[in-house]
Design a protein around this ligand. Structure first.
Ligand SMILES: CC(C)(COP(=O)(O)OP(=O)(O)OC[C@H]1O[C@@H](n2cnc3c(N)ncnc32)[C@H](O)[C@@H]1OP(=O)(O)O)[C@@H](O)C(=O)NCCC(=O)NCCS
Length: 161
């Protein structure tokens, strides 16, 4: 379902000037999430977005009448490396709009990692047709258990699964 607020949002490729807003959304989520450790200072996160995430993009932003409501970063090898909505814009369909835009761009498949603690994100991805395919006990910078999710436009045939 698309809410009226999601309908006011347009997806566009980010510019370098959007990176502080994207890093700010991520920094606020880290600080507001009790189980999420901060492994890099806020300013390093912003620099990483300017120097690396943007360069390895595309980064797609959800532009809500000039305000960045959220963003999705896609890597050349088909990974969604980040999907974060500003808290005020969650739960109204904007994440769905962004992930569907990423599916269109990727065409056949997408992969992403999410933390096992993030039950809300898992429900969101599973509703969007992603399947959990691998788990680690904390093979990431944060040292938290995580899950690899996979989406394909065509369902896996039995002998491929
Ligand atoms: C997870 C996230 C990207 C989903 O985007 P969204 O725009 O809030 O989701 P939508 O409105 O399109 O879809 C809502 C669904 O997402 C799920 N959801 C996850 N977190 C939610 C939240 N904080 N508020 C509302 N719904 C949430 C619910 O299952 C909901 O399904 P329902 O409508 O059947 O109840 C977004 O909530 C978010 O940025 N969360 C914080 C950061 C995060 O966890 N990012 C994922 C990192 S892997």
């Amino acid at each position: 379902m698309t809410s009226s607020r999601a309908a006011q949002v347009s997806c566009r490729d980010a510019t370098l000037a959007d990176m502080p807003a994207c890093a700010g959304i991520l920094n606020r989520w880290i600080d507001a999430t009790p189980w999420m450790p901060r492994v890099h200072p806020q300013e390093d996160v912003e620099r990483h977005y300017r120097e690396s995430v943007f360069a390895n993009g595309p980064v797609i932003v959800a532009d809500c009448r000039g305000e960045i409501a959220g963003f999705l970063a896609l890597s050349a090898d088909g990974f969604v490396t980040a999907l974060y909505l500003d808290e005020r814009h969650r739960g109204v369909g904007i994440g769905t709009t962004l992930i569907r835009e990423a599916k269109k761009r990727a065409r056949s498949e997408l992969k992403l990692w999410t933390f096992e603690h993030n039950g809300g994100a898992q429900r969101f991805y599973e509703r969007e047709g992603f399947l959990p395919v691998r788990r680690t006990g904390g093979d990431n910078e944060e040292g938290l258990p995580d899950i690899l999710y996979h989406w394909r436009s065509e369902p896996l045939r039995e002998r491929e699964a």
